[in-house]
Design a protein around this ligand. Structure first.
Ligand code: UD1
Length: 443
């Protein structure tokens, strides 16, 4: 049972009444504001998991810093351990990895099904061991997430695939360079092909590659390990294969998490006030910041981060998700939470994951006026939301409910907290420290 003090059981909206808490871990948020203070933006989940997977490529002792304290890092650590790597998470913010080269290139189902990033061991294991077997990837539940581009790219480099009911197996004695053009700049496929190409014979060129800051971070990590990569951050990546003994372990600081940064911007936007986001990198989120400015937010770049100031009331602005440098699909749930209380009507278009609107029903339970039309959400801002019990079905949806809860009268109770824990490093503690009325309740 949660350790809080339930009073009156309620059905539906809970404005003004403290609701009975569910019999599982939950977060309660009450309308608060304005927020004031500093938030340290942690390292990026979508980078550190790939860095950890890339450590499979070369023997030695690695130290990754600025590592967020999130569940997905522990799952990736377990996955690496199952493959034969030693991993320590004892010190806050640091992952230590020792790869002795005694690897079993098999990724077990019970770990792979838990995080999408487990697909990132495919490229390194194939390049390093010449074969790999892994279960089909899991991760957030937002529609089918195919890996056809990963497979076609690796086949072009000489890999042969075999497919079982719930696994993929790939073999390649030594991969060779190839010219690969993606139909779409897939983040995961770019990462897998880059890591596979570091030992390939000859040059691999990836056209229409993903350009995300996390891809640049991975390429910088690989170059520090001895890889030869040009074009990181552009649409054309060129990887000249090196011999296995030319790659070695290294130390690396994980890039700050632009999605967590945007979540604190959204919290400030709906609650009001002013926050300093320490370590935030505005250059990595320019398109999103420009749209937030259209909504009335003010930003000042600081030597050590970003100052964010909220208007009295947000204005609506249309949003379309696109690959980087466009507005990331991962920002969208917290942006919709902002738009739910903005003045005016906005159309939000999802161009990456058609199914990624599942959380809208929950925002509607909080009083948001949202209509779904295909891959567009039409959001009509209301002055105030109303607290209710809602459930988070994925990482960013959970964050959106926390943000919405800050703008809702009464108490918002969020379950499905394990999803939030997968990607947010102490969201509750960080928001609470800047004035939010938010509490985590353990069962
Ligand atoms: C990564 C992020 C995820 C983010 C997404 C897009 C991680 C762990 N996850 O996911 O948070 O939302 O980038 O920014 O870093 N696709 C195919 N075939 C493929 C690969 C992808 O059709 O072989 C499609 C996907 O179904 C999706 C789109 O391409 O519609 C984007 O996928 P991709 O960029 O690969 O995202 P992920 O790497 O899975």
């Amino acid at each position: 049972m949660c350790q809080a003090h339930p009073t009156t059981p309620v059905a539906g909206h809970t404005g003004g009444v403290t609701p009975e808490l569910p019999d599982e871990c939950c977060i309660t948020v009450r309308h608060t504001g304005p927020l004031h203070g500093e938030v340290v933006v942690p390292g990026a989940k979508n980078s550190v998991l790939k860095l950890m997977a890339a450590s499979l490529l070369a023997d030695g002792a690695y130290e990754l810093t600025n590592v967020p304290a999130i569940v997905d890092v522990s799952i990736m650590a377990d996955l690496l351990r199952a493959i034969g790597v030693r991993v320590w998470l004892d010190e806050p913010g640091i992952v230590t990895i020792i790869n002795t080269g005694k690897l079993t290139p098999v990724a077990p189902f019970e770990l792979v099904e838990r995080i999408r990033a487990s697909i990132n061991v495919l490229g390194p294991l194939l390049a390093r061991c010449g074969h790999v077997r892994l279960s089909m990837p899991g991760g957030d539940d937002f529609g089918t997430r195919p890996i056809d581009m990963h497979i076609a790219g690796l086949e072009a480099m000489g890999a042969t695939f075999r497919f079982g009911d719930d696994y993929v197996e790939a073999v390649a004695e030594r991969l060779h360079g190839a010219e690969i053009t993606f139909d779409f700049p897939s983040v995961g496929a770019t990462e897998n092909l880059v890591t596979a190409a570091v030992f390939a014979k000859g040059v691999t060129t990836i056209h229409n590659a993903a350009r995300e800051p996390e891809i640049i971070d991975l390429c910088e990590f690989l170059v520090a390990m001895g890889a030869q990569i040009d074009g990181a951050g552009t649409s054309t990546l060129r990887i000249r294969g090196v011999e296995r003994d030319q790659m070695h372990a290294c130390e690396h600081e994980t890039v700050p998490d632009r999605i967590q940064a945007a979540t604190y911007i959204a919290a400030c936007a709906v609650a009001g006030g002013e926050l300093e986001l320490l370590n935030a990198k505005p250059a990595h989120m320019q398109m999103a910041l420009s749209r937030f400015s259209d909504m009335g937010m003010e930003f000042e770049q600081l030597p050590y981060g970003l100052r964010v100031t909220a208007p009295d009331r947000l204005r609506s602005a249309d949003i379309a998700t696109l690959p980087y440098p466009g507005i990331a699909t991962d920002y969208k749930p917290v942006i919709i939470a902002m738009l739910s209380v903005a003045e005016g009507v906005a159309i939000v278009t999802e161009n990456l994951y058609p199914g990624r609107f599942r959380y809208l029903d929950e925002l509607v339970r909080l009083g948001a006026d949202i209509r779904l039309d295909g891959h567009h959400a039409i959001v009509r801002g209301v002055p105030r939301l109303v607290g209710a019990q809602v459930v988070s079905h994925d990482i960013r949806a959970g964050a959106a409910m926390v943000v919405a809860g800050l703008a809702a009268e009464g108490t918002t109770t969020i379950t499905g907290v394990h999803h939030i824990d997968r990607g947010y490093d102490d969201l509750v503690g960080r928001l609470s420290a800047v004035g939010a009325d938010i509490t985590r309740h353990e069962p």
